[in-house]
Design a protein around this ligand. Structure first.
Ligand code: NAI
Length: 295
């Protein structure tokens, strides 16, 4: 596999394109919005500069990496020469089903079609194609250039050959792949989201405050970030959507989202990206300030 196409140039897509290009792959980066492509390339350049500042990369490496990335807005053209497509478009079921059905039509018959979805069933996405044995989950973590894990998710029909190829490819990117099966939330979010939900319940029931809950988990469990801060970072709307996937997928009331989380999302308090969640976020400031409502 040499020719990689990444669909979606947002938070995850630009990181995935960066990592493949830095490791010598030819990358076609497709996004419907040309502004997203410009932003993606600027972000990749900035992140490469950060690696240069740390002495991990040279200016020549940066130029070579950027030269391997070819931005494009047309999906049909973008996947036509791909050995592997990694889809990282917006998390929306109908959008992903359409992208996979289009990719199935336009990508070479031998190409593997991977998705970076954090919560949608790989089996369902695969069913939108005529090549379900070549569809797989490749779940990178944010920020992609930094985080080592790739959760490699086998759909119901994913073949052993494709799984092995993606495991090997992930190792070649300097990542550590872990193979898991396709059930709601896979492994990462199945364990993470109930923990975040429980932290929100702990706050909701008045057991303790925002800073206190995060401090217990940071100092007591050696987590680099407390669960409420992490929820803000991921996006409270994203957390809620994943909890709904767990709740629907297992039909078990233990996954019911905390009413406080539901209220916050309804009120538009989505965490860092909206400026307020459990903490408030001021552009240019790294200080972590508990939102007024929770003080
Ligand atoms: P994002 O909103 O930052 O980027 C999505 C991009 O997809 C946008 O640039 C949008 O213009 C583009 N897009 C929408 N429709 C498209 C189409 N038809 N063709 C091509 N591009 C299209 O989203 P983000 O956060 O990068 O998420 C992407 C995927 O990665 C989602 O499936 C999400 O669940 C998953 N993910 C996100 C993580 C995160 O921390 N943000 C972590 C792990 C997985």
């Amino acid at each position: 596999m040499q020719n990689i196409t990444v669909i979606g140039g947002g938070t995850m897509g630009n990181g995935i394109a960066h990592v493949f290009a830095q490791n010598g792959f030819d990358v076609t980066l497709v996004d419907v919005a040309s502004s997203a492509l410009d932003k993606a390339l600027a972000t990749i350049a900035k992140n490469l500069d950060r690696q240069i500042a740390k002495g991990a990369l040279t200016e020549a490496d940066k130029t070579a990496t950027l030269n391997r990335i070819h931005p494009m807005t047309d999906l049909k053209e973008g996947v036509s020469g791909a050995d592997l497509v990694v889809e990282a478009a917006t998390e929306n079921v109908s959008l992903k089903l359409k992208i996979f059905s289009d990719m199935d039509e336009f990508a070479p018959a031998g190409a593997v079609l991977a998705t970076n979805t954090s919560s949608i069933s790989i089996t369902k996405i695969a069913a939108a194609t005529k090549r379900p044995s070549q569809v797989i989950g490749m779940h990178f973590m944010n920020p992609v250039p930094v985080m080592k894990l790739v959760e490699v998710i086998r759909g119901y029909a994913t073949s052993d050959e494709v799984t092995e190829a993606i495991m090997g490819l992930s190792r070649g990117l300097g990542k550590i792949p872990v193979e898991v099966n396709d059930y709601p939330g896979f492994v990462a979010n199945r364990i993470l989201m109930p923990m975040i939900n429980e932290a929100i319940y702990t706050l909701y029931e008045g057991v303790s405050g925002v800073e206190e809950i995060d401090t217990v988990m940071k100092l007591g469990m050696a987590h680099p970030m407390g669960p409420l801060q992490l929820a803000d970072f991921i996006g409270l709307d994203v957390c809620l959507a994943i909890l709904r996937v767990l709740q629907d997928g297992f039909g078990n009331p233990k996954y019911a989202p905390c009413p406080l989380l539901v209220n916050m999302v309804t009120a538009g308090k989505l965490g860092a990206k909206s400026g307020e969640g459990f903490y408030t976020y001021t552009p240019g400031s790294k200080d972590l300030v508990v939102a007024e409502r929770f003080r």
